[in-house]
Design a protein around this ligand. Structure first.
Ligand code: IPT
Length: 943
């Protein structure tokens, strides 16, 4: 007889689990980790096997094994199925609460003995920290219950069932369940026991649930601590001299907790049977004067949305990976995390307390796929689902309530609106009135304390800042955050600095959270990193799952470097002419006494003088002008840096320098046509086509000519639902990827060679007149390109510059200009002027889906491929061993293989990047509108 599987499609949260309670890692009570290798059997359906496997007598001979924590689809080399990615769409027919017959089901078995010192008294529970999406559990053949709520803890009473040896824990996990309808987050579908499983001794008189209330009164500097505990006991905080009974408030002078100053006090909760360490942070969160304030001060979120991700283990994260995330965030000036879109592994929150990050803790809830049917049948507006929603709210809040880092609870993401959400908000407010409630989908802020939007464009954000955005009365009184903005998919996000200026300008704007922290690429031999569709999913959303500031291996992408610069907590504005630097403290709480400042004076990238700078310990918001010491020369520029106690750079500033160069024609070169060749100074040209063939000994593989094409970025292509101009598509429609070049004249005019051309796409009348004027002296060759558009151009150009091909030889690159990383017109704050070195391979930014990348901005000169190339004006340099066409055709990293031509792009300008992959496009000031242009390069063979 098959087991009844009704529970799988029952909208209820489950049966048998203990009520939720606070999570704590340490305690005097014994515990045994049940992580490790488990016996495993995969079935195609939920009812393929009865429950006899749960019996202690069962022989699991012939079963496979999996690691717990883990997702079975990420193990077994494909034998256990594969990950599947959809963003909004449910990968099964929408007929709530029913799920498909094909419902991969993993039976898991773990046999364990109790340690020798396991106490005889009390009881025990087994705790599951996360199982996707539905599990039924037995110990020693006795059923404990079943549950849903993948990223939430569930505990079961097992003390009465334990034997000293040979205990058998059996867990049946179904990939699909009624719970799947509530877990439609934009991520891989990854079944399995993906968080820890622990057996916890529950001593007689042990701690059950407790709630630490630790507030801070900023006007007096006093903190008030009260720990409510189900089981009475004492609270001690030795450093504060606190020793009080549970439930009794005590007020003492304390240092407050903030994300900038994460002051924690070690304490202990001791009941008759157990001691639990406490890490107490005193802080008060409130909504006052229409602002989110902590300890009386409005805060500015410089945040990211963090999904849990590891390229080999999916959402099964080890402690080191979590710590790495937090350390990377702190090192990049990030001060806040939204735990999109579910509560993270609880250890992550302890790290947020310790290192200092503001947290929006989000419930495990998203029903986005119902948008496809106009939200009809949305579970959040259906009473049958309300118990499940309330269970999710309670399991989130009860588990995480003792973390000072959490300042807002979020009901979930993209779930429309409905009674269930209101019920959740009401429950949360009643249980924890000391924090605020967030939910973006509640556009009128009926149930929320903050007006939150995603991907609002700059103009709208400005209107909201000015308070002229209208909306219902309640909303107008609330602060504003962008819970998601600046979609970091592929190259980008563009326009970060422009958002930050608004956030800093208007009090009502309290910052935002970049979407998102890390690319969810799956480590994959075929592709480097796999994304949606790479596992043969019948429905998928491609590389939309790779939209983070980190690459899947946690290497920072240029977007993260840019974000760090844009949100730096100290603004350093150097005035070169006045010889001063203006330093502004942009922290919310901290003065600048923890930072050291130094300066360098450089001439053409060479440091000629350096020193340290004394900056007063400015309070938040304060500014000071500091005199820089007078340099010996005047043709250089300053770099001023702020360093933390570990010598790590927190912020920097440079004065801008206009490098004045001679743009005049070179003289002394002789044009001498002979045998179909024109010689001009060190160069030879094809007399018929005007193509440059060689500069001294450097023979070109491809002559310089006008180039306007770039491999469209994800942001160029835009998302399918975007109503605005999707440039990647338009560019192709207009044929900018297949421009034809026609030579109209090769003219010798004294010492100059002029080649007149027209460049345009087949089937269109739009084009660009491009004239190349070459002059030379004995060693140097100068090219001046003049461009004039023809026809009715309605679209911007991807890029405007020349491309040439050099033979591959020495692959080193040196340049004086912006660096060290890539920069585009609206992603260039982090590029600093200096002298940089790299090799060609390292200039490439390895976006998971290859696309335009790697431009170095503001290059005055560069040396590569045996040439020195100066620009007048400065140019953007890109060099790679594949063509733009090859880059454009590649879909994964492994599609790019270096060829034997070094393709060099010298761009006068590029179109900005924007964030149209899920947000607004390029702002007008970063648009490359076709117009007359002139720019020059001087080439010289390197000695
Ligand atoms: C928004 C989602 O909240 C988030 O989970 C993610 O999908 C993001 O977009 C894009 O990567 S929803 C969007 C359709 C506005």
């Amino acid at each position: 007889m098959p087991t009844s599987i009704d529970y799988v499609t029952d909208p209820s949260p489950g049966h048998g689990a203990l009520p939720p309670r606070a999570w704590y890692a340490d305690s005097s009570a014994n515990s045994v980790s049940l992580n490790g290798t488990w016996d495993f059997r995969l079935s195609a359906t939920a009812d393929a096997h009865d429950d006899s496997f749960a019996s202690p007598a069962y022989d699991a001979d012939g079963w496979s094994s999996v690691s717990v924590p883990g997702h079975w689809v990420m193990q077994g080399d494909g034998a256990f199925g594969a990950p599947a990615y959809t963003n909004v769409l449910y990968p099964f027919p929408v007929d709530p609460p029913r799920v498909p017959d094909e419902n991969p089901t993993g039976d898991h078995l773990r046999v364990f003995d109790l340690p020798g010192d396991w106490p005889g008294d009390g009881s025990a529970v087994v705790r599951f920290d996360g199982v996707e999406s539905c599990a039924r559990v037995w110990l020693n053949g006795t059923e404990l219950g079943e549950f849903k709520g993948s990223r939430l803890p569930h505990e079961f009473e097992v003390g009465h069932l334990l034997a000293p040896t040979g205990n058998v824990l059996a867990v049946r996990v179904h990939q699909w369940s009624a719970g799947s309808y509530l877990e439609d987050q934009d991520q891989w579908w990854l079944p399995g026991i993906f968080r820890d499983v622990t057996l916890l001794h529950r001593p007689t008189g042990g701690v059950r649930d407790f709630f630490t209330h630790a507030s801070y009164e900023h006007t007096t500097g006093l903190g008030t601590l009260r720990v409510d505990s189900d089981v009475a006991g004492r609270i001690t905080v030795p450093e504060l001299g606190v020793d009080v009974p549970t439930g009794e408030p005590v007020t003492v002078a304390v240092e407050p907790w903030t994300a900038e100053t994460p002051r924690l006090y070690d304490g202990e909760l001791a009941t008759a049977g157990e001691r639990v360490p406490l890490r107490i942070g005193f802080r008060t969160v409130e909504l006052s004067d229409g602002l989110i304030k902590v300890n009386g001060t409005p805060i500015l979120f410089k945040g990211v949305n963090r999904h849990e991700w590891h390229p080999e283990h999916g959402r099964a994260l080890d402690l080191e990976t979590m710590r790495r995330d937090v350390e990377l965030m702190k090192a990049h000036n990030i001060n806040a995390v939204r735990t999109s879109h579910y509560p993270p592994h609880p250890a992550f929150l302890a790290l947020c307390d310790e290192y200092g990050l503001w947290v929006i803790d989000e419930c495990d809830l998203e029903t986005h796929g119902f948008v496809e049917q106009g939200w009809r049948d949305n579970p959040v507006d259906d009473e049958r689902w309300t118990p499940a929603l309330l269970d999710r709210a309670a399991r989130t809040v009860e588990r995480d309530k003792n973390h000072p880092s959490i300042v807002l609870w979020s009901l979930g993401n993209e779930a429309g609106t409905g009674r269930g959400l209101t019920a959740m908000a009401e429950w949360i407010r009643a249980r924890d009135p000391e924090r605020l409630v967030h939910y973006e989908g509640d556009i009128n802020c009926r149930d929320t304390d903050v007006y939150s939007r995603m991907y609002a464009d700059h103009a709208e954000v400005e209107r909201i800042g000015q308070g002229v955005d209208g909306g219902p009365e309640k909303r107008r009184r609330l602060p504003f955050i962008q819970c998601e903005y600046a979609h970091a998919m592929g190259n980008g996000p563009g326009g970060l600095a422009d958002y930050q200026r608004l956030f800093e300008k208007y009090e009502r704007l309290q910052g935002g959270f970049v979407w998102e922290w890390i690319d969810h690429g799956v480590a994959d031999e075929r592709h480097g990193y796999a994304y949606g569709g790479d596992f043969g999913e019948e429905l998928h959303d491609g590389n939309f799952v790779c939209d983070g500031l980190l690459f899947p291996d946690r290497t920072p992408s240029p977007g993260l470097i840019e974000f760090k610069k844009v949100i730096e907590p100290v603004r350093i504005a150097v005035d070169g002419a006045a010889g001063t630097v203006q330093v502004t403290n942009r922290y919310d709480f901290r003065d600048l006494s923890h930072l050291a400042f130094d300066w360098t004076y450089e001439v053409e990238g060479e440091a000629v003088e350096r020193g340290t700078l004394t900056v007063p310990p400015l309070s938040p918001g304060e500014t000071a002008d500091v005199k820089l010491s007078a340099p010996a020369t005047s043709d250089g520029y300053w770099t001023v840096r702020a360093l933390d106690g570990d010598g790590r750079e927190v912020a920097w500033g440079q004065n801008s320098v206009a490098v004045v160069r001679n743009t005049a024609t070179l003289f002394g070169g002789h044009t001498s046509p002979a045998d179909g060749v024109i010689t001009l100074g060190p160069a030879t040209f094809d007399a018929r086509t005007g193509d440059l063939r060689a500069i001294g000994d450097v023979t070109l593989a491809s002559a310089p000519r006008l180039d306007v094409w770039r491999a469209p970025t994800d942001n160029d292509d835009g998302a399918s639902w975007q109503s605005g101009e999707r440039l990647g598509l338009l560019w192709r429609k207009f044929g900018l990827h297949r421009m034809q070049h026609r030579v109209d004249g090769v003219e010798l005019d004294g010492a100059a060679l002029t080649v007149r051309t027209r460049v345009g796409p087949a089937s269109r009348d739009i084009g660009l007149r491009a004239n190349y004027r070459w002059t030379a002296d004995e060693r140097r060759l100068r090219l001046t390109v003049s461009v004039a558009p023809e026809g009715d151009w309605r679209i911007p150009l991807p890029r405007l510059g020349v491309r040439l091909g050099l033979p591959v030889g020495d692959l080193g690159v040196r340049w004086f200009g912006g660096g060290p990383g890539e920069a585009y017109p609206d992603t260039r704050d982090a590029a600093r002027l200096g002298r940089w070195e790299s090799d060609v391979a390292a200039l490439h930014t390895p976006y998971v889906r290859p696309q335009e990348n790697g431009a170095r901005a503001d290059v005055r000169w560069a040396e590569l491929g045996g040439l020195r190339i100066e620009g007048e004006p400065a140019y953007a340099l890109t060099a790679r061993r594949w063509t733009t066409q090859q880059l454009d055709a590649a879909t994964h990293r492994t599609d790019l293989t270096p060829g034997d031509t070094l393709w060099v792009h010298l761009d006068h300008s590029q179109q900005g990047i924007g964030t149209q992959s899920c947000g607004p496009g390029v702002l007008p000031q970063y648009r490359l509108t076709p117009g007359p242009a002139e720019f020059s390069f001087t080439f010289e063979q390197l000695a």
